[in-house]
Design a protein around this ligand. Structure first.
Ligand SMILES: Cc1cc2nc3c(=O)[nH]c(=O)nc-3n(C[C@H](O)[C@H](O)[C@H](O)COP(=O)(O)OP(=O)(O)OC[C@H]3O[C@@H](n4cnc5c(N)ncnc54)[C@H](O)[C@@H]3O)c2cc1C
Length: 362
């Protein structure tokens, strides 16, 4: 392999985009191939909460905390990356689980504060019914995910990366135990290394060369109002709904969806989510639904990212995960380092592909 390997990244969502920029910054030759418009599928429909919140083992928590720190560094390094560090207010768990989360995460060094009704009202004065007990994480934030992905790609292009849009990879060129590039409808593209960062499509592409990735793609609903006056200071995780306000002052709600609802067009749950936002906020009556999207996000079955190489397939690197918006700056950096130096960052320890049972690699 040449000193500066040619790395081909499949997918121009926030993971592919961050990886492209980190690789290009380190001097690699980079090509990003994107089936649609640059900026991703899950990425553009993401609620984009940057957090190391509850429900994860300590090793994964540490990776998320590092990613949060990387977002802060990026804001200084890459003009165009804007994170709103407004903090997260959470009360969508029973009180005993909130308490357990507070105890555990405080012991791990996370800034998590118990708040009562008055303090919750001070943090978010627009709440009609502030919770009696909630947790506040002042260090959490949100980024405009499409803008961030496009900023990475523009900066990567400025460093010599090639971004090929509207060109779908239909298979990997796998010969004699090594990936040699990708096959598209309009010809093959060669590379020294191929990074699969194709979000929900990653599993199918990997499956084609015998690698079974246990990743699901459940639907989730994102609902946006028309821009309004500023109503929220940070992010709200309330029972059944999460709300934040975007850089252009739209209220943005995310809710899980079951498959039956998602097979419909999502109009009814979107209208319900908008009604709920109106009811929750003192000045909510003036909110107007603007658009909604049913997004399918890749979710590994054990909840942990798949980031790494697959045994028996040289030249292939997998990067698929949920919480990709939170993780993107750290994952991009660590993937680039591993590809260019062979050194794997210790924080990727929970993300290896060796945990896949019977992966079926040929
Ligand atoms: C409603 C919703 C809320 C979310 N909330 C959060 C949150 O609060 N915090 C958080 O951290 N994460 C959140 N996520 C998850 C996060 O958005 C994703 O983990 C992240 O965007 C994944 O980025 P990606 O680049 O891996 O995938 P994507 O953005 O899906 O990008 C993959 C790209 O690969 C391309 N591609 C696919 N197949 C091919 C092919 N064959 N050839 C070429 N290109 C291909 C696609 O067109 C796409 O552009 C949420 C997701 C959704 C949908």
């Amino acid at each position: 392999m040449a000193d500066h390997p040619h790395v081909l990244i499949v997918g121009a969502g926030i993971i592919g985009a961050s990886t492209a920029w980190h690789l290009a910054s380190a001097g690699a030759r980079v090509t990003v191939v994107e089936a649609g418009a640059p900026g991703g599928v899950a990425t553009r429909n993401s609620w984009a909460w940057i957090n190391a919140s509850w429900g994860n083992a300590e090793s994964y928590f540490r990776l998320r905390v590092r990613a949060m720190e990387e977002w802060r560094r990026l804001e200084r390094r890459l003009p165009g990356i804007r994170v709103a560090w407004g903090g997260g207010l959470i009360w969508d768990l029973p009180a005993e689980q909130l308490e357990a989360f507070a105890v555990e995460h405080a012991a791990w060094g996370y800034d998590v504060r118990r708040v009562g009704r008055d303090e919750a009202r001070r943090i978010e004065p627009q709440l009609v019914a502030p919770p009696d007990f909630a947790l506040h994480m002042p260090g959490e934030g949100a980024v405009e995910p499409l803008e961030a992905a496009l900023t990475f790609l523009k900066a990567a292009r400025g460093l010599g990366a090639t971004i090929v849009a509207n060109r779908s990879v239909h298979s990997l060129d796998f010969r004699a135990g090594r990936i040699r590039g990708v096959r598209t409808d309009v010809g093959d593209l060669d590379a020294d290394e191929v990074v699969l960062a194709a979000g929900a499509a990653t599993a199918a592409l990997a499956g084609d060369v015998g690698l079974t990735l246990p990743v699901d793609a459940p639907p989730a609903l994102l609902v946006a109002t028309k821009p309004s006056v500023k109503l929220l200071n940070g992010l709200i995780m309330a029972p059944g709904i999460q709300i934040r306000q975007t850089a252009e002052h739209r209220l943005l709600a995310a809710t899980a969806l079951d498959d039956d609802v998602a097979r419909g067009d999502g109009a009814l749950p979107a209208a319900n989510a908008c009604e709920k936002m109106k009811e929750m906020l003192l000045s909510g009556a003036s909110l107007d639904l603007d658009w909604y999207a049913v997004g399918h996000r890749a979710i590994p079955r054990d909840g942990l990212p798949f980031v790494g190489r697959a045994a028996g397939i040289l030249g292939l690197y997998i990067a698929v995960m949920h919480s990709g918006v939170t993780l993107a700056p750290a994952i991009g950096q660590f993937v680039a380092e591993e590809l260019l130096t062979g050194r794997r960052n210790a924080l990727l320890e929970p993300c290896g592909l060796e945990r896949i049972p019977n992966s079926g690699i040929r």
